[in-house]
Design a protein around this ligand. Structure first.
Ligand code: ADP
Length: 401
């Protein structure tokens, strides 16, 4: 470990929020965590929690990302953890779309900013926020390395057979259409932690990672390298999610436009915001859906079954893509907490060597753990994700290299 500064500030700038964590890389401890919500509204809220003190909340309006970051800097300074601290090694920024160019975490300069801007048409909701965070942080500390860590980077190793859609390559290339995949920092972290749980090096294990949060994606990771993932050009493809449909026949869109006379914006909103679990049964929180299922609610039961059916299809597909599977890892809000989802997703897959021990599956919390029977051919694991730590780790590795 280097003897220089050891702290990394991780910034995750969303369209109307900024989440942050100040991490000491010597022991991965959080010195402060917080978030600013509802940026641009009158009801903005900042919540800041230092490691050794009480949480503080502020409710003054925060006009934009620049104001948000300045407010965060002021909170950190109040705890003696300000951006001017000599202990700060770098700021690591989550950037959603890195296109084909950014295959690794990257120290930000003018050229990198221009390229992230050029990628906005591929991630119109996400990249502008990341860019605003980067620009403001750079203005506040121009001398400090600012590192962009891309959600897409881990997936850039996919072979063309997985990344290309079966459409005219000229049209695809002209419009930069291909499978990029998202949640990459989580898939990277969880696949590595799964190898560690098995007592092996990542290069020795083949893992199917199921990141099931409000957004959800699956990936097939061979020897530490991503070979396929379920999200595509955008985060809309793949699994059934909280509010997104995931896979559907693309002709549904023509049909809605031609026969349903819906506009492109209306269809976009329908598929991204009013579909998935929410669209199917009116709830997108898995806790509420399970409560309704247990109470005999048919719409919730059907939504749950559709969610599980899709998940099972991807487990099977990625089993075939990988050929051999050492582990299936569940992560994120649903994957880490919803035992019925894990049990149902693996039910009936004994022929593939997959099974869940119901006693182990019912245990709550407790970090990375195996939930498969001791004699199972394939390990089934719950592996809590930690995207902030992964961003900090990648950032710190780059600036201390
Ligand atoms: P994101 O980061 O995509 O917003 P998270 O990974 O935080 O999402 O996951 C959020 C989802 O996790 C919630 O919508 C909820 O359905 C689910 N979740 C959280 N806790 C539980 C729980 N105890 N049981 C079932 N589902 C849970």
């Amino acid at each position: 470990m280097s003897t220089g500064p050891t702290r990394v500030l991780v910034l995750n700038s969303g369209s109307s929020s900024v989440k942050y964590q100040l991490i000491d890389m010597r022991d991965s401890s959080r010195l402060a965590v917080g978030l600013v919500e509802r940026i641009g509204e009158r009801t903005s809220r900042l919540k800041h929690t230092p490691a050794d003190g009480e949480s503080r909340e502020r409710t003054a309006p925060v006009a934009d990302h620049e104001a948000a970051l300045k407010a965060v800097a002021a909170e950190l300074a109040e705890d003696g953890l300000g951006l001017d601290s000599p202990e700060l090694a770098a700021i690591g920024h989550r950037v959603v779309h890195g296109g084909l160019r950014f295959t690794e975490p990257t120290v930000v300069d003018d050229d990198v900013l221009a390229e992230i801007e050029r990628l906005i048409p591929l991630a119109p909701l996400h990249n502008p926020a990341g860019l605003a965070g980067l620009r403001t942080a750079r203005a506040l500390r121009p001398d400090l390395p600012q590192v962009a860590v891309f959600d897409t980077a881990f997936h850039t190793t996919m072979p063309e057979s997985a990344a290309r859609y079966a459409i005219d390559p000229e049209v695809a290339d002209h419009h930069r259409i291909r499978r990029y995949g998202f949640h990459g920092t989580s898939h990277a972290y969880v696949s590595r932690e799964t190898a560690r749980l098995l007592g092996k090096d990542p290069s020795e294990v083949d893992v199917i990672v199921l990141h099931l949060g409000n957004g959800a994606s699956a990936s097939a990771v061979r020897g530490g390298v991503c070979v396929d993932t379920s999200m595509g050009l955008t985060p809309l493809e793949g699994l059934v999610m909280g509010t997104r449909s995931g896979d559907l026949d693309p002709a549904v869109i023509f049909h809605l436009a031609r026969v349903g006379e819906m506009s492109m914006d209306e269809i976009d909103t329908l598929l991204n915001k009013r579909s998935g679990l929410l669209g199917l049964c009116g709830d997108n929180d898995m806790r509420e859906i399970r409560r309704r299922v247990d109470g005999g609610d048919e719409a919730a039961a059907l939504a749950f079954d559709i969610y599980i059916h899709r998940l099972k299809k991807y487990i099977g597909a990625y089993y075939a893509v990988l050929g051999t599977v050492d582990a299936v890892a569940f992560t994120a809000g649903v994957g880490e907490n919803a035992a019925p989802v894990r049990e149902a997703a693996v039910a009936g897959l004994e022929g593939l060597g997959l099974a869940v021990d119901s006693g182990l599956n019912a245990v709550r919390g407790g970090g990375a753990r195996l939930i498969s029977p001791a004699d199972a051919r394939v390990a089934v694991a719950v592996v809590p994700t930690d995207e902030e730590l992964e961003i900090a780790t990648q950032t710190y590795a780059l600036v201390t290299a």
